[in-house]
Write a protein that binds this ligand. Sequence first.
Ligand code: UDP
Ligand code: MG
Length: 330
Amino acid sequence: MPGTPQPTHPVLSVVVPMYNEEEVLPLFVERLRPVLDELPVSYEVVAVDDGSSDNTSVLLQRTLRDWPALRVVRLRANSGHQAAISAGLQRSVGDWVVTIDADLQDPPETIARMYDAAVARNVDVVYGVRTDRTADSAFKRHTAGAFYRMMRRLAKLDLSQDAGDFRMMSRSTVDAITALPEHNRVLRLVVPTLGFPSTTVEYRRDARAAGESKYPLSKMIRLTLDSITGYSQAPLRFATWFSLLGFIVAALVLVYVIWSKVSGGTTSGWASTVVILAVFSGLQLLCLGILGEYVGRTYTALQQRPSYYVAYDSEHTGPLHTGETDEPID
Ligand code: UDP
Ligand code: MG
């Protein structure tokens, strides 16, 4: 636009985690670049090489030469999909940031629709929702379905069954995420937890364009454990529930023991031993449960998730931060 100063930073950042993607990389660049060049806004692509051991880094260096909008960040060791995205988010500078897989399962053309939706509907997050996952294996679909169902119940989050890590976020959302000090963050849970205004854009999940999945079962289990421990304290409550069960059993045993004692069919010492055992097992579990509650609270405090984010303040013109730095109210 004539007269308007051009922003010194790109409007859109595209963050792409890559781990041993030499086979798919040329196809990905070939398809992504025209889509981004067509956009009415400036962009950067932040490719995060997650410690690849194949030719990914060589290919990226080659691509860097004739694509000035590309930025390559290489992690020293393979740190996982989520960590690679986090590294890219941290380094991105755009007003909008989209995270996309390198294997062309998320069609790059959807980025344009996401950008339009974000601007038109004035939201902070645009989730890419998969309408058709038939391109994924049945195993992948079932485990993913179970994962979302479990996390919806455990973390009481309003999760879309089919929203993965293909999403566009505003700068405020990205800043809020990168400011969180927690380790092993699971982005598909962190973003809905923030609860910022959002919308969805549907897309068809394609099959991987080349190469093999970089998500073996061990990495899927890791992600599930990070999700459960990061977003739910349900496992800590197991001891409390068991203690309740223990007390019910102890009460029943007590009734039985008294009845046996009265009817006179017991060896001496049996009644007291059984009662003591039942009562104290229950008490021990109860104490574990109480400890669990405190451990849970300590854990929540350690995660330092702010309780709110300010969107607008008429008295404040600078960048708005979270509630955590505000003075406490007396
Ligand atoms: N990825 C990564 N680090 C890893 C595993 C995967 O950066 O340790 C990247 C990978 O290159 C791809 C994205 O994460 O761009 C999703 O991985 P993949 O397609 O293998 O997972 P799937 O679609 O099979 O769940
Ligand atoms: Mg994939």
